[in-house]
Design a protein around this ligand. Structure first.
Ligand SMILES: Cc1cc2nc3c(=O)[nH]c(=O)nc-3n(C[C@H](O)[C@H](O)[C@H](O)COP(=O)(O)OP(=O)(O)OC[C@H]3O[C@@H](n4cnc5c(N)ncnc54)[C@H](O)[C@@H]3O)c2cc1C
Length: 510
């Protein structure tokens, strides 16, 4: 009897899931054991690597996967908590009488690769009854491993490079519909589920009470599919006219939680939504008429994502400040915990920065241009702090946290990478209606919502409330310096000083 252990790691879905399809349809598989391993300790609603919203979102996804596997395939997802190898060792004991094949999807992430290597060396190669089958990653459209390993591969620097690559790989890439791999539960059912008992097994009922954070974004494949329908497949004009640089960073007017972009990133990064499914939905809509093109279109956004996956796999020390070919080693200031804490908690005295950071803290998400504003502010703009400090905070808090993308975008915004925007283009953290941060300034609804201390401020002063005359501050019941912080830094002076320091640092590197 052969048991297929289907290891869910980065694709928490049943649609377009080649691993599940293979297990379900393979003639040699008699029993299927779907598993998910959580290898961190939960303490105070969070873990070392996941803040509360990210953790809660992750478990929403696992719960939904559990339901879908049960309802559609009559399979029980077994959830384990503990060190991966120990979990597999306990499974090995349970599965003694069987021949076992471990099915998993390849991942470019170094942590996952290390995990797979350990399992291969310590479990698979030492047990005759165990074998493993690794499937190409379905996290990306390109076969990252094959491309970075091909002769003539050069790390892409821009969208032009990506367009060239997509043309070479797929020809008429804008119209292509990729094949997806959807297991068909109504097909002749070959495999039965299997149950095991292990001391590492946990029930969702025990974990959920530990995760009380309620967020705007609910995790899971069902939510992913309904958001895809709501924002993409039913919105032909929206897709055809999608232009990222024009999207408003302060969310939808009337709903300060809802992104003006698709808001699909949390579902893509947890693998609740297949990236091929999103690409295909856009291709189908675009085929019928004129549409925007990369870099500004939705396909363009996906191609940026692919670019960072390529770079993260091929550039050594991708997440480091030094020894990283994509990072100029700028002499950033000493870590200043007081400055970093003000930024992190949304208490800088700059309402746009604070509103964005408070949204991150309350929901785990922020618009792309909001991320531009706060990362520029923390690094080359105002606070002159090393980009890796902000990167770490984003990594823990973002519900769309993705190692390849987070590092890539921080490198981009810090001005240190070959693909960065010019370092001297610094965003004004107190924007007006013409700012390329695309902030809604007339009603400033977003600021009023996320920084309620300022809710009664006239729009004229709301982005720089410390400049409001005292009688206005008194009349709206918010004294700057008492009810809301004074700016933690002089934005103009710091900008000037940082530009000079950046230039000097670059000269030293020459
Ligand atoms: C400092 C900083 C850190 C970031 N960290 C992350 C991260 O950890 N995880 C993450 O998914 N995105 C990250 N981004 C990229 C981007 O901000 C988000 O992907 C985007 O805001 C998600 O919103 P959306 O789904 O509505 O995007 P849409 O505009 O609707 O785009 C659709 C999809 O394309 C991809 N995409 C869009 N923009 C980018 C981009 N610049 N780089 C790579 N992929 C992109 C995402 O998967 C996104 O869901 C970061 C950006 C910055 C500036």
């Amino acid at each position: 009897m052969q048991v297929a252990v289907v290891w869910f790691r980065n694709s928490l879905r049943i649609h377009d899931n080649p691993v599940l399809s293979w297990a379900y349809e393979s003639e040699n598989v008699d029993l299927i054991l779907p598993i998910y391993i959580f290898d961190e300790k939960i303490h105070l609603r969070s873990t070392q690597t996941m803040a509360e919203h990210r953790l809660r979102f992750q478990f929403d996804c696992v719960e939904n996967l559990h339901q879908n596997l049960k309802n559609k395939f009559d399979l029980d997802l077994h959830i384990f908590s503990g060190d991966c190898l120990e979990v597999f060792e306990s499974l090995r004991e349970q599965l003694q009488p069987f021949e076992v094949i471990l099915l998993h999807e390849y991942s470019t992430n170094p942590r996952d690769r290390k995990q797979s290597e350990t399992i291969e060396n310590k479990l698979i190669s030492t047990n005759q009854t165990w074998s493993a089958k690794s499937f190409p990653s379905s996290q990306t459209i390109l076969d990252i491993e094959a491309i970075v390993g091909s002769s003539g591969y050069k790390p892409p620097k821009s969208m032009k490079d990506m367009i060239r690559l997509f043309k070479t790989e797929f020809g008429d890439y804008e119209n292509i519909i990729f094949e997806t791999n959807d297991p068909n539960p109504s097909s002749l059912k070959r495999s039965q589920g299997l149950s095991v008992n292990s001391k590492y097994q946990v029930s969702l009922d025990k974990i959920q009470p530990l995760l009380t954070a309620s967020g705007y974004f609910l995790g899971g494949e069902n939510e992913a599919i309904s958001r895809l329908e709501k924002k993409v497949t039913s919105q032909h004009d929206y897709v055809k006219n999608f232009s990222k640089p024009k999207s408003i960073s302060t969310n939808v007017q009337g709903n300060p939680m809802e992104p003006t972009t698709t808001g699909l990133s949390p579902y893509i990064s947890t693998g609740c939504l297949s990236i091929r499914r999103l690409w295909n939905s856009c291709s189908e809509i675009q085929q019928s008429s004129e549409h925007t093109v990369p870099p500004v279109s939705l396909h363009g956004q996906i191609m940026f994502r692919e670019m960072f996956y390529l770079l993260s796999r091929s550039v050594e020390n991708w997440d480091q400040d030094s020894g990283n070919s994509q990072c100029k080693e700028i002499e950033w200031g000493e870590l200043d915990n007081a400055l970093l804490d003000s930024w992190d908690s949304g208490q800088t005295g700059f309402p746009l920065i604070d509103a964005m950071m408070r949204q991150l803290n309350a929901t785990g998400w922020m618009h792309h241009l909001g991320r531009h504003a706060v990362s520029c502010f923390l690094t080359r703009g105002q606070l002159w702090q090393n980009w890796t400090h902000g990167r770490d905070i984003f990594e823990r808090k973002l519900i769309d946290s993705d190692w390849a993308l987070n590092n890539g975008n921080w490198l981009w915004l810090a001005g240190v990478a070959p693909f960065s925007m010019p370092y001297y283009r610094i965003y004004n953290p107190c924007p007006d209606s013409k700012s390329s941060l695309n902030v809604e300034t007339k009603d400033a609804e977003f600021i009023r919502y996320w920084v309620p201390e300022l809710s009664e401020f006239p729009s004229k002063y709301i982005f720089e409330p410390h400049l409001a005359p005292l009688h206005i501050q008194e009349s709206v019941g918010c004294l700057i310096g008492k009810d809301y912080p004074n700016p933690i830094i002089d934005r103009k002076e710091s900008r000037k000083k940082n530009l000079q320091s950046f230039k000097l640092s670059l000269e030293k590197l020459r």
